[in-house]
Design a protein around this ligand. Structure first.
Ligand SMILES: [Zn+2]
Ligand SMILES: [Zn+2]
Ligand SMILES: [Zn+2]
Length: 102
């Protein structure tokens, strides 16, 4: 079983971060503590492909979300060893936070 994504505010380190938009627009996230906004992007981390199952329960639409840089799926979750994996194409990804506005 995979786990839902979780990331921390790049300014204050709070995990109280929510996704404020929708995948067809952008990936803007907001920190509930300090109001920093940022957008996570993914990069291919390895040539390996993995199969993962969806987390249970599935994430709500305001929970942290990123798009796979290979297939643009937003079904990207954490595997047992904390690797970021796209459930749709199996790509192993890493994440960067961009457009950080404190
Ligand atoms: Zn913050
Ligand atoms: Zn937007
Ligand atoms: Zn993918």
């Amino acid at each position: 079983m995979s786990r839902k994504l979780q990331f921390q505010c790049p300014t204050c380190g709070s995990a109280d971060v929510f996704y404020s938009c929708e995948p067809k627009c952008c990936f803007n996230h907001v920190c509930a503590e300090c109001k920093t906004t940022f957008e996570p992007v993914t990069l291919l981390a390895s040539k390996d492909r993995r199969r993962i199952d969806a987390p249970d329960p599935p994430p709500e639409c305001t929970e942290p979300t990123v798009a796979c840089c290979v297939c643009e799926s937003v079904r990207v979750f954490l595997d047992d060893d904390d690797a970021l994996v796209c459930m749709d194409c199996g790509a192993v990804l890493k994440m960067e936070l961009t457009d950080v506005t404190a």
